[in-house]
Design a protein around this ligand. Sequence first.
Ligand code: FDA
Length: 373
Amino acid sequence: MYDYLVVGSGLYGAIFAHEAKASGKSVLVVEKRPNIAGNVYTEKREGIQVHRYGAHIFHTNNKKVWDYITGFAEFNRFTNSPVANYKGELYSLPFNMYTFNKMWGVVTPEEAQAKIEEQRKEIIGEPKNLEEQAISLVGRDIYEKLIKGYTEKQWGRDCKDLPAFIIKRLPVRLTFDNNYFNALYQGIPMGGYTKMVENLLEGIEVRLNTDYLENKKELDALAKKVVYTGPIDAYFDYELGYLEYRSVRFETETLDKPNFQGNAAVNYTDKETPWTRIIEHKWFEFGKDENGEELPKTIISREYSSEWKPGEEPYYPVNNEKNVALYARYKEMAEKENKVIFGGRLGEYKYYDMDQVILAALERCEKEFNQIK
Ligand code: FDA
């Protein structure tokens, strides 16, 4: 009999399994996909680490998380500096002095600030929708060219019909800093995320292509406790209804040229281009393989934001009133399952960045094993 059955080999499950083993417990991991690593899974093609379930850039301000995860992979110095393409005009993201110079020809931070202030005045009183909220924060020009089309594609709705609270703040930098994240630590694990998760799972039995819910009775009989990182509503057979997600569709293509867009991420911010962004995977590793050799081909993924239907890959939880209330009811049911720990982005119906899911797993392990390093 195993001490723990861990359902799911994403970051949450892999960290839990690693710490359980390190605490002298026996663990079995089951994973319904044919590969480990959950959504951070990367696979090598043409010498390029392809981020199969969407681009993953690790960033954190938490030193504990950084020290922990860098124990399983060496990280490169990748800094996320996305570019916005609005009908062929290119702008720096996040909004910074390069963006403002290109937009208005302003040169100094004072000039940029004055321009933003002047445009923000358009909205008087409390913003009634996302459009008014965005204009009240950064003005109409930036809204029209860099926010409107992208946001409407992401949500499948007009910005006037979206609630203001979706955008609480919009980072405006009066500097030439192109680093998208305000994180102390940032990078991509060299050799790919899959290798990193492999290191976490070293010496642990993993059964791939094994759906826990389809084999629940037999698998439950194998362990004293279960750590479940799949969708919480699926665990209860959708008894109370489906929790909703936004989905993304990826169209990945190998191109017989060394450089397609010169950057890892280009966001298409006009409404007419059907995709939201294009990821060119090789730039996460500076266009080179692990021996420092230039790669002759490139691989790109076009991302299309889409409505989610039951049975499809769930990506982003839709945290509106209806889903928050439904999750609360599932959570109540989960709390009664005293031999099961629900964790991770699906188990907790929560958008977790990687560092947050690592922290959540470590905190849970501290509680469970009481002795983490
Ligand atoms: P994850 O989904 O990875 O793992 C759950 C595992 O459980 C899966 O492998 C699944 O197959 C398995 N499973 C489910 N049901 C099962 C069953 N019944 N039986 C067996 N196995 C089952 N974060 C960040 O910091 N920087 C970034 O750039 C990004 N980028 C990004 C892009 C996109 C498109 C998304 C959707 C998310 C991100 N993230 C991110 C967030 C990141 O993906 C997230 O934090 C982790 O993948 C969460 O890890 P989990 O282990 O919780 O879930």
